[in-house]
Design a protein around this ligand. Structure first.
Ligand code: CUA
Length: 453
């Protein structure tokens, strides 16, 4: 048989330098997997075999760097791997247990496969043409053992899974007395938050839009509803996802370990602008949370000329060349959003009272007030649209999509259809009522809305 191999080699195969390595590469060279015309591919494969040590090292490095979360940017705004609350943590534990069990199965099955492939390989041409070995017909011991091992693996996964289902379902009994209740309602494409404990005389519960402010360290129970289609509530670092279903109440609970700023996202396809239906959760210490509730419960802020003696041209940033999908927030905001949120609670030092007054007039003249509530400033509006009484105190606009600064606010007001395709402000508002805004109108409206702290 050696002769046969030698003959084949002599028959014009030019690829002679075949290393005797991990596998029997001489056999591979005698029977190239690709036609002889692709000698380059074949010689590449033999080269790879020679460099197997380097390849293994490279693979091992890739696996090891995988353990470094920052290397793979695992700690993003919506990471489920680096979490900040007990509910998300219990969900993460289930993920890890499942991962480890399946990893163990992968290693065991892979090792057995690799061992048998190596141990029972064809060592010579005689082996290759030998009659197949005697075939077995089942081994009860191995089969029962495998069934037992599979059941064991499933039980190992099931125990923490059931524990987590129980835990995430509702606030633990010992924490019930401390619960803070909030109602969340989804609309295409934004979230309304209702604080039933904060009743405002003459207008019902306190309302907020897209930014849910909660007390840190306390369990928060959120009742979930939808006004149109099915949406899903998800704050990856805290809890979720739970569906928000029309005509059917649902709920979830979460707790933030410490004060912080968290990104959220609608997690159920809900139409044109599903991908840009976002939200934020801001967790605050007890005193700061109380201050926020008091500030929000008050009516809209009115700027008087005396309060702004040094107006500056900060609202002159109107641009008409916004591109669709252009980035909506700054590096500074992303680096420290909680500080940005705190800064937003304070009025701008250089407000232009005259411009703000003009904006307030325009808000009425352009019929914005027929949808949006600005408590204390105008009569009208409905809770089916974002309440703008304190819109200036939010860090984001357009459902968590754009940073709330004069430039982005001008972009949102002047190009609502581009920022969030299909949104009602454009379809039934601007377009439906043939509302036209000049750059000067936009500038005044931006100044007014920004003053509503
Ligand atoms: Cu709401 Cu997707």
């Amino acid at each position: 048989m050696r002769n046969r191999e030698q003959n084949l080699r002599n028959k014009g195969l030019k690829c002679r330098r075949v290393p005797k390595v991990f596998f029997d590469w001489s056999h591979f060279a005698a029977h190239p997997p690709f036609p002889t015309e692709s000698m380059r591919l074949n010689s590449l494969l033999t080269h790879l075999a020679r460099w197997r040590a380097s390849a293994l090292l490279l693979g091992a490095t890739a696996l090891l760097t995988g353990c470094d979360l920052n290397f793979w940017r695992m700690d993003g705004h919506q990471s489920t791997i680096v979490v900040n609350g007990p509910v998300a943590r219990s969900q993460l534990e289930v993920f890890y247990v499942t991962c480890y069990v399946t990893l163990a199965i992968f290693v065991i099955v892979g090792s057995v496969l690799a061992y048998t492939t190596w141990r029972f390989r064809a060592k010579s041409a005689a082996d290759e043409h030998a009659a197949p070995p005697e075939q077995g017909h089942g081994n009860p011991l191995i089969e029962l053992g495998l069934i037992g091992a599979s059941v064991l693996a499933l039980v190992i996964i099931a125990i923490p899974t059931l524990k987590a289902i129980w835990f995430t379902y509702d606030v633990p009994v010992e924490d019930k007395a401390d619960v803070y209740e909030v109602n969340a309602t989804a609309f295409q494409w934004w979230f309304r938050f209702e604080y039933p404990a904060e009743q405002i005389p003459g207008s019902g519960p306190l309302l907020a839009s897209n930014e849910l402010v909660i007390p840190a360290g306390r369990p928060v129970r959120i009742t979930l509803r939808s006004m149109d289609v099915i949406h899903s509530f998800w704050i990856p670092k805290l809890a979720g996802k739970v569906d928000m279903i029309p005509n059917r109440g649902n709920f979830l609970w979460l707790k933030a370990d410490a004060p912080g700023y968290f990104w959220g996202q609608c997690a159920e396809y809900c139409g044109d602008s599903h991908a840009v239906m976002r939200l934020r959760v801001i967790a605050l210490g007890p005193r700061e949370f109380n201050d926020w509730l008091n500030q929000q419960s008050a009516g809209a802020r009115t700027v008087t000329a005396a309060a702004s003696d040094k107006p500056k041209a900060q609202f002159a940033s109107y641009r008409s060349d916004w591109r669709r999908n252009e980035r909506g927030y700054s590096e500074k905001f992303e680096l420290n959003p909680l500080d940005a949120w705190r800064a937003h609670q304070e009025p701008d030092q250089h407000e232009d009272a005259a411009l703000i007054a003009k904006g307030r007039e325009l808000f009425q003249a352009k019929t914005c007030f027929s949808c949006h509530v600005i408590r204390g400033h105008m009569v009208g509006g409905s809770s089916a649209y974002p309440d703008l009484t304190h819109v200036g105190a939010r860090t984001t606009i357009a459902a968590g999509l754009l940073e709330n600064n004069p430039e982005q606010l001008a972009r949102w007001i002047s190009h609502p259809d581009q920022v969030k395709p299909g949104n009602k402000m454009y379809v039934t508002g601007y377009l439906g009522n043939n509302i036209k805004l000049t750059p000067a109108d936009v500038t005044a409206l931006v100044a007014y809305l920004s003053s509503l702290k």
